[in-house]
Design a protein around this ligand. Structure first.
Ligand code: 9D3
Length: 264
């Protein structure tokens, strides 16, 4: 899969090639990243890419012509490489992306990602060239570059060959709309805190059941919105009911102790 990124700060994207899952995927050719600087497409001697907003007000607006020329060059190069790409603009006004979107994005041969700076881009560029407008969340960034990198990280790790074998397996068991279960590693006791006995039992069926129950319970406690959106099977309902009755897990044990202290 190919990403062509339109950015005034191409150097920021070097971090993706430095280390980790994405760097390995780029090295292996699982994904390809090309950056395009609108400044290189500005026609004037000063290489102007922004100007003052019509109507007045603070900040600057990215001009149409350099962005349009950069996008057209990126799309032509992507098409020539066999990766017909649509254009996504990273913007606070965009639709907030979810993991479902990441899977849909990963299924395309490529994307041109437009990372904005200043107050944003001239609306006429969006109308003329942008196919989708994406936000990564309800908070204010100082530009679209980090948002573009977040999308690339989330998408590239989904591509076949990006993750090692063990990671893919882990992804399968938790790519199911639930939060993860708690994890523990050695030592068995630290600061007087042990590990849930079931994890030391060697009973793989019981461990799998406990993990599933913890994932359900935590999602219920922390992200009820996710559970409502997803629904529950009869088996999951029974596991969650047991969790809710307070019989299982470190949080529940702590809650039970607190309740006992309050009621002598
Ligand atoms: C302070 C400027 N704001 C005026 C009320 C508007 C504004 C313009 C540009 C706010 C942020 C940005 C830069 N942000 C992005 O380019 C961006 C973003 C974000 O800020 N949050 C979540 N997702 C995204 S995707 C791109």
């Amino acid at each position: 899969m190919r990403f062509d990124v339109i950015t005034l700060f191409p150097e920021q994207f070097r971090i993706l090639s430095a280390e980790g899952v994405v760097a390995r995927a780029l090295r292996r050719g699982v994904a390809e990243l090309v950056t395009w600087n609108p400044r290189d497409f500005a026609a004037d001697a000063q290489r102007t890419v922004d100007d003052r907003p019509y109507g007045g007000g603070p900040g600057m607006v990215m001009k149409v012509e350099p962005l349009r020329a950069a996008i057209d060059a990126a799309q032509a190069a992507a098409t020539a490489a066999g990766c017909a790409s649509r254009v996504a603009y990273l913007s606070p006004q965009g639709r907030r992306l979810t993991q479902v979107d990441m899977r849909r994005i990963a299924a395309e041969p490529g994307w041109v990602l437009l990372a904005g700076r200043y107050e944003g881009v001239d609306e006429r560029l969006i109308e003329a060239r942008v196919d989708e407008e994406w936000s990564i969340g309800d908070y204010v960034l100082s530009g679209g570059e980090l948002a573009a990198m977040v999308v690339m990280d989330a998408v590239i790790r989904l591509l076949p060959g990006a993750l090692g074998h063990a990671d893919s397996a882990a992804q399968d068991s938790h790519g199911d709309g639930l939060l993860d279960c708690p994890h523990y590693t050695r030592p068995e006791v630290i600061d007087g805190q042990g590990v849930p006995a079931v994890l030391l039992s060697g009973d793989h069926a019981a461990i799998e059941r406990w993990r599933r129950q913890q994932a359900l319970g935590r999602t219920w406690a922390r992200r009820p919105d996710l559970l409502r959106a997803r629904g529950l099977s009869a088996e999951e309902r029974a596991l969650l009911d047991e969790f809710m009755r307070g019989r299982v897990g470190p949080d529940a044990e702590q809650a039970a102790e607190q309740a006992a202290e309050q009621e002598p």
